[in-house]
Design a protein around this ligand. Structure first.
Ligand code: SER
Length: 319
């Protein structure tokens, strides 16, 4: 990877992946692209930025040609809860950006990274120790896009030799850009709400829903470690289970209350999010990622809570 294009760069992951890639590969070798003007304006202060609608194949191909790109990181996606509000739009955006990434990669000889997700699984998937290779019949349009995306990406590898690689991300906890429209977002939102006056958070996910979660630094390392992995060791490609911690809202909130004793929590459960959370794994088995490319997370829940509270307090100007 010498010249990297990140599409959907203005979102939760892109906002932190771009600086991570710039540190590893050089500022001038990373091109951030996003649909929104305000994101492009922000990103252009820190490196090369392009306004790009990734569903526009011609514009996308032009950007790849212009910047002599050899790796595409496709972060364009509507997340699970938003997807249920507009399934056709979600399919159009998620699959449109992916299909263009794959076709353009085939034409220009690029590698492709696209995140898959715990959302690729469904109610019939074994929920505890979810295996790498298992039943994948998701109940959401987001999940349908992820499964179709995994299959398409493997197809482009075996049929056309495109170097496609992917991980199934858990909910990502971070303190850069906020996530939006996801079922796991509560595990980020809570930190911003709980430091405000009143120290209260109302959660839309049921208190006993276990879901895999991961801190952003581990997620970023996973992406670049996988993309740099020796291809001869990869028995899988699209997509690897990766895991580091799993908890319920109740477990997380009790651990936060140990640091903020007057914190209070209640629930206003969103039935759509409840059904989604219930259909996803409680925890995934990530042994294939560990064996095939050395995946090894660093952060656990307690360390994440301390770091998140310090970071969001600093952002809010609270000592
Ligand atoms: N964080 C995503 C969501 O909740 C899952 O990949 O939709």
């Amino acid at each position: 990877m010498k010249r990297i294009l990140v599409i959907g760069a203005g979102g939760q992951i892109g906002t932190e992946l771009v600086p991570h890639l710039q540190r590893l590969y050089g500022t001038d070798n990373v091109i951030s692209a996003d649909l929104k003007d305000e994101q492009v304006a922000k990103m252009s202060q820190f490196g090369i930025a392009e306004k790009l609608d990734a569903t526009d194949a011609n514009a996308f191909a032009e950007a790849v040609k212009k910047h002599k790109v050899d790796a595409i990181f496709n972060l364009v996606a509507l997340l699970s809860a938003t997807g249920e509000k507009m399934p056709q739009v979600a399919w159009g955006i998620n699959m449109g950006a992916l299909l263009n990434s794959l076709n353009i990669a085939k034409e220009f000889g690029c590698a492709v990274f696209t995140p898959s997700s715990i959302g690729a699984f469904g109610t019939s998937t074994p929920h505890d120790g979810t295996p790498q290779d298992t039943i994948m019949r998701p109940n959401t349009i987001y999940g349908c896009c992820k499964v179709a995306g995994e299959l398409l990406s493997d197809y482009y590898f075996t049929r056309f030799g495109v170097d496609t690689r992917s991980v199934r991300f858990p909910g990502i906890i971070s303190n850069g850009a906020m996530p939006g429209g996801g079922t796991t977002d509560y595990a980020v939102e809570v930190f911003y709400e709980i430091i405000k006056e009143g120290h209260h958070y109302t959660c839309e996910v049921p208190e006993d829903s276990y879901m895999d979660m991961m801190y952003m630094p581990d997620a970023l390392k996973a992406v670049t470690d996988l993309m740099e992995a020796d291809p001869s060791r990869l028995r899988h490609r699209n997509s690897f289970n990766i895991a580091s911690m799993s908890f319920t809202p109740k477990i997380l909130f009790e651990a936060i209350r140990k640091r903020i004793p007057d914190a209070t929590f209640d629930y206003n459960v969103d039935p759509v999010k409840a059904a989604i959370a219930d259909s996803w794994p409680n925890w995934m088995d990530d042994s294939c990622a560990r064996e095939e490319w050395g995946w090894k997370p660093v952060w656990d829940m307690e360390a994440v809570i301390d770091d998140m509270l310090a970071a969001v307090r600093k952002k809010a100007g609270i000592k």
